[in-house]
Design a protein. Sequence first.
Length: 436
Amino acid sequence: MKILLLNAGSSSLKFELTEMKNEKVLIKGSCEKIGSKSSFIKWKTAQKSIKEKNIYLNNHKEAFDFIKNLLLGKNFDKTFEENTIKLKDLSEISAIGHRIVHGGKYFKNARLIDEDVIKKIQELTELAPLHNQAGLNVIFLCRKLFGNSIPQVAVFDTSFYFDMPPKAYMYGIPYEYHKKYGIRKYGFHGTSHKFVSRECAKIMNEDIKNLKIISCHLGNGSSITAVNKGKAIDTSMGFTPLDGVIMGTRCGALDSSVITFIEEKEKLKPKEINEILNKKSGLLGISGVSNDDREIMKSIKSGNDRAILAHDMMDYQIIKYIGAYSAAMNGLDALIFTAGIGENQWIHREVICESLSFMGLKIDKTLNKEKILGETGEISDKSSKIKVFVISTNEELMIARETVKQLNPKNSEKEKEKEKEREKDNVGVYSPSPSQ
Ligand code: ADP
């Protein structure tokens, strides 16, 4: 059974075709900078190396058409033909899984897409305007190209956080804003945290229900999640992916008065301050060098103080989250590092872990330096009370597995029923008991 995965960002469209019999990726790639003159597509088949082509992609539809041609090996630049997979027909694809960023209060699990699901994703575009709308557009394109009969499944970034307790997801603002606008912590990167925490339990040969885990997804966007007994009980990102630790271009947590102060002083509109906090802050804003950790690293080597500060801030904030979440779970069995920085930049792992020696956590420095380039494995010292792992994340595989699960009518019907019950009970919207 072949599953096509589509992950639509505001200016990107990632894709992956997986043979689920052996979970083998047949082709994967991404269209990037869609809508700009410098847009390009890069992809890789199982046998061939990465290919890249500069091509003007005006919108997601053009990107989608290119992907279709790539899958069929049709209407395609001859020089790249050997790098396609040449499906005989699109009907070889059994289902399509979509990564949808915001599932809000509705989606605790993945869902087979029907009109009701579309309506709810649409409603949630207010909370993730660029991402949810891009996801919807691609769902409609798929319907046009594949017809209505191909099952499409939505897998939500926020689902893993559905069971977070209200004390973790509520903000200390007037309660009415929660009721009126759904303002609460939703959490993101859920698919990644879910995947790596399950992999961690597998490696430890333990039932996840017996484990207290903290997973650090450190990439261009970064988040830290506390997973107790398999469930996410708290996470660093919040109402939007802006909260938490300092990231590539995002500021992370800050005193909200800073925002109103800058707005007033610089006479900025909400859209402009939003742009600064999301695109011009973080490692880039502090270092003035780049949002890319590799570039920051180079600058540190040449003694750039602001690059050093950016790194120090990032590591310090991560250490604080790990400390806080260990306390929140009253213990910690395993710490995970994942994503671009977490999997590759051993220096962050070393600095962070050294500060956690008070908890009896100790890494094997040689092992730590060896774990790069997506290699999964343990880096803790034998004497360590807490296991430490580098685990290569695979959100795509997780989405493919969730998609297959929803193809079973028993599962999809059950999910629909449970969703109706949750809506009836207003789950996900905190209601104080009458005594409160
Ligand atoms: P995104 O959040 O966009 O998915 P990634 O998980 O790809 O981001 O992480 C991007 C970050 O990871 C960048 O800061 C980059 O410097 C770092 N990174 C990615 N690959 C490597 C590598 N091979 N070596 C060192 N750093 C890397």
